[in-house]
Ligand binder design. Structure first.
Ligand code: SF4
Length: 293
């Protein structure tokens, strides 16, 4: 790449921990080419980028590219999300009101943030467009928000998702969402657990609460996909992740996620989980015998 005689280098950074690599490219190329840099990973790194490269980032959605028509692997039919979860970049990047792109070109992966909260007629429009383009929907990547999910939502999306056996994706990120998720699980009761992929944020509540959320997902017939909470400006240094509540380190959070994401829960309880032979099981204290004294 360094040999290319480029006039322009456009960097799109999806995750903030890829920003150091973008910096390396920018520093090597900026005397030979114009450098643009943007993407969600750069949203909270504007001052860092300026300090490191003496360049500016493009913050938020970039109108020059956002509605670029073509056949891509991923697409958005809407942007924004009204739920405004404190830990999520979407409301900051795309706004707390939906904006619509009714002329979107359907693609295998639909990345809209919150399909169930969209107006019903716009959900119908998205599905009709997939039908008109004969485009299978392989993954509704951000999925559905339980608070807005109804039997009607299920019946609306079921034929499209069933065709490809796509996941029903939703989230149980905070304890206060338990009841909404339980209701959604009831609506989805006939769907096999392996098709109910439930994001489960970890590190944002005490360990016991995160554990109980993940186990509720399993108990109600889904499969948890755990993600440890990271700051929006995280550059990839594990030591710089501040632990909250009784979490002691980023490594501990990763271990917790690994146990669930690699299906350890199918074979043994988390208090028997041991990722490194020379260290004690990191979650032995979650054994009911331990915490009941
Ligand atoms: S519902 Fe999902 S997309 Fe919307 S703010 Fe919360 S986490 Fe973000």
């Amino acid at each position: 790449m360094w040999e290319l005689d480029a006039d322009l280098v456009a960097l799109s950074v999806i995750f903030s921990w890829h920003a150091p690599l973008a910096r390396e490219i920018a520093l090597r190329m900026k005397n030979r080419a114009e450098v643009w840099c943007g993407g969600p990973g750069m949203f909270a790194l504007a001052s860092w980028w300026r300090k490191e490269t003496c360049l500016e980032t493009v913050r938020g959605l970039d109108d020059r590219f956002d509605k670029q028509r073509g056949r891509y692997d991923m697409t958005f039919a809407s942007r924004g999300c009204p739920v405004n979860c404190s830990f999520c970049i979407v409301p900051r990047l795309e706004g707390t009101h939906f904006t619509f792109d009714p002329d979107f070109i359907p693609a295998p992966k639909l990345c809209d943030n919150n399909l169930s909260a969209l107006p019903a007629d716009y959900q119908d429009h998205i599905i009709e467009r997939y039908r008109a383009y004969h485009q299978p929907l392989v993954d509704a990547n951000s999925g559905f928000e339980p608070r807005y999910f109804t039997e009607e939502t299920y019946q609306r999306w079921k034929p499209l998702l069933d065709e490809t056996r796509a996941y029903w994706r939703f989230a149980l990120d905070e304890t206060r969402e338990l009841e909404d998720v339980r209701c959604m699980m009831t609506i989805l009761k006939e769907v096999s657990p392996s098709r109910k992929r439930v994001y489960c944020l970890v590190g944002n509540e005490p360990i016991q609460a995160c554990y109980e959320r993940a186990m509720k997902i399993i108990e109600w017939g889904g499969e948890p996909f755990c993600q440890f909470l990271l700051p929006l400006n995280w550059l990839g240094d594990a030591k710089k992740v501040k632990s909250r509540y009784d979490w002691t380190s980023y490594q501990q959070g990763r271990d917790f996620c690994r146990y669930f994401n690699r299906y350890g829960w199918r074979s043994y309880p988390i208090w028997h989980y041991q990722n490194r032979k020379n260290e004690p099981p990191p979650f032995a204290f979650l054994c009911p015998k331990t915490w009941q004294g």
